[in-house]
Design a protein around this ligand. Structure first.
Ligand code: IPE
Ligand code: IPE
Ligand code: MG
Length: 235
């Protein structure tokens, strides 16, 4: 068996609401349990040597949710980092964020920024949270800025690498995309970066996505033959 660990993993953390409903709990309890699971999976990803773990926490479409649910989601980063920032730092996990999270309440924005600042010298896994993120919006904003810079002469030639540099992510290519909870769609996540990602859709809800489930995905990834448009790799 090939022993290849993907460098860059993205996860669409779906199914918090259904997880809660199945237990007769309010949806918010599912989000809380989902946020607890971020700690478990981030620590394991770090231990395995995964370089970037990009987690979809709130999409540009999630503004359509009821106010009560959104208000809870806005508070979650405070709860999460309040509890775990010291541990993340000890584990050498670097926190980063993509998306226009500055549109979240100011107190949440400052907690996220503080977590980024406090872990900026960590050299382990980059735990990147996508907060108020949408793939189409990211590409549109990148194209807009690139066009402005082209007009000013800052950009000489427009090409794929150039546009890629204007995206929000440090990672330009996702190796493995996982979506939990059974839905088989990408819901506007990292549209550019997943061009050649291996995709896995697992049935379990995000709060139940355990270290063992992650290992199963990594094992399956090792059997995928990534051809990138070329011919089958016979080695
Ligand atoms: C994912 O869980 C978390 C967010 C989208 C914020 P959901 O809240 O989408 O849970 P389901 O899909 O309704 O079960
Ligand atoms: C995608 O899940 C967004 C996040 C996990 C943050 P959704 O639950 O919002 O996606 P749809 O609406 O089922 O496509
Ligand atoms: Mg959902």
């Amino acid at each position: 068996m090939k022993r290849e660990i993907p460098a860059n993993i993205a996860i669409i953390m779906d199914g918090n609401g259904r997880w809660a409903k199945a237990k007769g709990l309010p949806r918010t309890k599912g989000h809380l349990q989902g946020s607890e699971n971020i700690r478990i999976i981030a620590k394991e990803a770090n231990k395995l040597g995964i370089k970037n773990l990009i987690l979809y926490a709130f999409s540009t479409e999630n503004w359509a949710r009821p106010e009560e649910e959104k208000n809870y989601l806005f508070q979650l980063p405070k709860l999460f980092f309040g509890k775990y920032i010291d541990e993340l730092k000890r584990e050498n996990i670097r926190v980063s964020a993509i998306g226009e999270y500055e549109k979240f309440p100011a107190s949440t924005v400052s907690v996220i920024n503080k977590a980024i600042e406090e872990t900026k010298n960590c050299t382990g896994c980059n735990l990147c949270l996508a907060v108020n993120y949408g793939g189409r919006r990211e590409i549109m904003l990148a194209a807009k800025q690139m066009a402005e810079d082209y007009k000013k002469g800052i950009v000489e030639e427009i090409n794929e690498d150039c546009l890629s540099d204007y995206l929000m992510t440090e990672v330009k290519d996702v190796d493995l995309l996982i979506r939990t909870s059974g839905e088989v769609r990408v819901s506007n996540f990292l549209l550019w970066q997943i061009a050649y990602a291996e995709m896995m859709f697992v049935d379990c809800a995000w709060p139940d996505f355990s270290v063992e489930e992650l290992h199963k995905c990594l094992e399956a990834y090792q059997y995928r033959d990534r051809r990138f448009g070329g011919l089958k790799n016979e080695n």
